[in-house]
Design a protein around this ligand. Structure first.
Ligand code: ADP
Length: 396
């Protein structure tokens, strides 16, 4: 029997199928994974690969459709899974859901009342939540017999102390749920478990994880539990990202409204889609493009990204009272020796020393022998984390 994992973004649907309890090897074994890109516009592309990464199919599913919606893309995907004989063995679907709000601090079985409560959180994660929920609705319509489990990016941080979660706002607003939640929790949970496997001592250590992808955040952990994180009420706070601004004086938003007459939707578009690396460089949100560019504006964007990571590192190290290990992950953290080297150079004040050759090879351990802080590069796997949650639930 198997589990389908779905991660529906604004323009893509990522999926994986995991076999449960295969006869040999680990408890969960990926059978295939893939991605549907170009939903809602842009170049349409469907790719799927088997466990070894061999391409299974790269056809243009949905050719001839003018507007590829999430519904259509999911229909094509479900038909493809049916063609490949995956649907008959399916027991459950695990969905990445970005925001669980105050109510959900663990994976939850989805029914209509859960769905309604998750819909109320759409304004808190406008880039992701509507698409996460659309997939749940479509699957419930087409396959009402499937168990559907929502796995939240916020849940991992629910154990944080109130002082780490509170904004300095009047109490009634905090009580109404205006507080820091934090995100990328599926990634942090996976990475902290993986770090414990690689280095059992790290289980009790003071660890900072930098998840540096198109969305980027950092998390301070002690005893593998989240103590503080850079993102807050929404996934806008903290580090500057591909297109998101990161932390910003709220006075800027008041100014844009009051003096520039900007409407909330225009401000939302500015902060979520036109800021960050893209906004500062005016060139791209893609770190590879910026690193390859000779344009000084690309350099400004990269300098700002590295500088702000170092500032956040200081803040999180203070929250932990020191740091024993730093972990890099996400597309940039896993694949860019240049960014890792620059971050580590600025982190010299922590006694952190890099092994340049190990860093260039993107080895899993990249600190020098005399470093006071262990430095790791660990690829994240949010899909496997979701499958593990669903597997645990099915085993109950
Ligand atoms: P998402 O948050 O969408 O999951 P990813 O974790 O896939 O994003 O990260 C995407 C980012 O990783 C992009 O900015 C991309 O340029 C960057 N990236 C991927 N490979 C490299 C590389 N070799 N060098 C630098 N940046 C890279």
């Amino acid at each position: 029997m198997s589990i389908l994992v779905l991660n529906c973004g604004s323009s893509s649907i990522k999926f994986s199928i995991y076999a449960r309890r295969p006869t040999e090897g680990p408890e969960l074994q990926v059978l295939c994974h893939g991605e549907y890109e170009g939903i809602g516009g842009g170049e349409r592309h469907f790719a799927a690969a088997d466990a070894e990464g061999n391409p299974l199919d790269t056809g243009d599913y949905g050719a001839g459709t003018d507007n590829l919606t999430h519904t259509k893309a999911l229909d094509y995907l479900l038909a493809w899974l049916q063609d490949q004989d995956y649907m008959d063995n399916l027991e459950a679907t695990g969905h990445r859901v970005v925001h669980g709000g105050k109510d959900f601090s663990a994976p939850v079985r989805i029914d209509s009342s859960v769905l309604k409560r998750l819909e109320a959180l759409i304004p808190l994660a406008p880039l992701h939540q509507p698409h996460n929920l659309a997939a749940i609705r479509i699957l419930a319509e087409r396959y009402p017999e499937f168990l559907q489990i929502a796995c939240f990016d916020t849940a991992f941080h629910a154990c944080q102390a109130p002082v780490a979660r509170r904004y300095a706002l009047p109490r009634e607003l905090t009580d109404a749920g205006i507080q820091r939640y934090g995100f990328h929790g599926l990634s942090y949970d996976y990475l902290s478990r993986r770090l414990r496997t690689l280095s059992p001592a790290a289980g009790n250590a003071r660890v900072i994880i930098a998840h540096l992808g198109n969305g980027a955040s950092m998390c301070a952990l002690r005893g593998s539990e989240s103590q503080a994180t850079s993102m807050g009420f929404t996934a806008l706070e903290g580090l500057p990202m591909g297109t998101r601004c990161g932390s910003l004086d709220p006075g800027v938003i008041l100014y844009l409204q009051q003096s520039r007459g900007m409407k909330p939707t225009a401000i939302s578009d500015l902060l979520y889609r036109r800021s960050g690396l893209l906004g500062v460089s005016g060139i791209s949100n893609d770190m590879r493009t910026l690193l390859a560019s000779g344009d000084p504006r690309a350099k400004d964007a990269i300098d700002m990204f590295v500088y702000r990571i170092n500032r956040e590192l200081g803040s999180l190290a203070a929250a932990l009272g020191g740091v024993d290990a730093l972990v890099f992950s996400g597309g940039i953290g896993e694949h860019s020796p240049v960014i890792r080297a620059r971050v580590c150079e600025l982190a010299g004040w922590l006694g952190l020393r890099l092994d340049p050759a190990a860093n260039d090879r993107s080895s899993s351990r990249i600190d020098a022998k005399d470093s006071a802080v262990a430095v790791w590069v660990i690829p994240t796997n949010e899909e496997l984390m979701i499958a593990s949650y669903v597997n645990e639930r099915l085993g109950q």
